[in-house]
Design a protein around this ligand. Structure first.
Ligand SMILES: Nc1ncnc2c1ncn2[C@@H]1O[C@H](COP(=O)(O)OP(=O)(O)OP(=O)(O)O)[C@@H](O)[C@H]1O
Ligand SMILES: [Mg+2]
Length: 225
């Protein structure tokens, strides 16, 4: 699903990654952890090909960073569900319209849009709020809308950069639980987090970025945390 091969990345004067090899099979639920500035967001940006590695390759599905041409990048992004910490919803559109938008731009028929949006809103538990404006929703509800928008195109993978960073701890657990539930029906989920208590509550593979490398780490027990 996702493979990094001998990948190096420099940004400005900083060597962010140095000869990294990594494989993330389809269906995994993966946390990306690491100190601030180690390259977590940069890793995600390479996945949606906002930035390209200097050396080596990143592969995601059928797309390869060294061979993809610019006009294919929107096609790649259609297979990705991207979720940020700040919700990035349209304030002047309803919940339904915010989710429908990503299907409208690809020319899906109205009737099918209605069906798919209803399914996505149901999956995130927001069917009742379909006609609300985002400002009338709580932070957790807004993030659910973003997740509905991310899943409505049935992506290969959900890429989330600190999706719970702006939420209180209880809501953060609910949102991560929702991502886990989506993962359990086969969608790969990659999520950057700083919140170790979340990682303990909702288990997954943990990848740590440190000193230009990415490696698997085991979950610490709460007594050593
Ligand atoms: N376009 C750029 N030009 C130069 N340096 C950059 C650029 N983008 C990011 N950096 C630097 O690369 C490093 C990694 O940034 P990145 O945003 O990936 O870190 P992060 O692990 O996501 O950090 P945080 O936890 O604070 O979000 C940082 O030192 C950042 O300042
Ligand atoms: Mg970041």
């Amino acid at each position: 699903m996702i493979t990094l091969t001998n990948l190096s990345l420099q940004l400005g004067r900083r060597q962010i990654f140095e000869n990294v090899n990594l494989n993330i099979p389809r269906g995994e639920f993966v946390y990306i952890v690491g100190a601030s500035g180690t390259g977590k967001s940069s890793l995600l940006k390479m996945l949606y090909m906002d930035i390209r590695p200097d050396k080596g390759q990143i592969q995601i599905g059928d797309y390869h960073s060294d061979t993809i041409v610019k006009k294919e990048i929107p096609n790649l992004r259609r297979h990705l569900g991207i979720v940020f910490q700040d919700f990035r919803l349209f304030d002047d559109r309803t919940v339904f319209e915010n989710v429908a938008f990503v299907l409208e731009v690809t020319g899906v028929k109205k009737k099918l849009i209605a069906k798919k949006v209803a399914e996505a809103l149901s999956e995130v538990g927001l069917s009742q709020k379909r006609n609300e404006m985002p400002v009338h929703l709580s932070g957790g509800e807004q993030q659910r809308v973003v997740i509905a928008r991310a899943i409505v195109r049935e992506p290969y993978v959900i890429i989330a950069d600190e999706p719970t960073g702006n939420l209180d701890p209880k809501v953060a657990v609910e949102i991560m639980g929702l991502l886990k539930k989506i993962n359990q029906r086969g969608i790969t989920v990659l999520t950057v987090t700083h919140d170790y208590s979340l990682v303990q509550k909702i288990p997954g593979r943990i990848l740590q970025i440190k000193d230009g490398q990415i490696f698997d780490v085991a979950l610490k027990t709460s007594s050593s945390n």
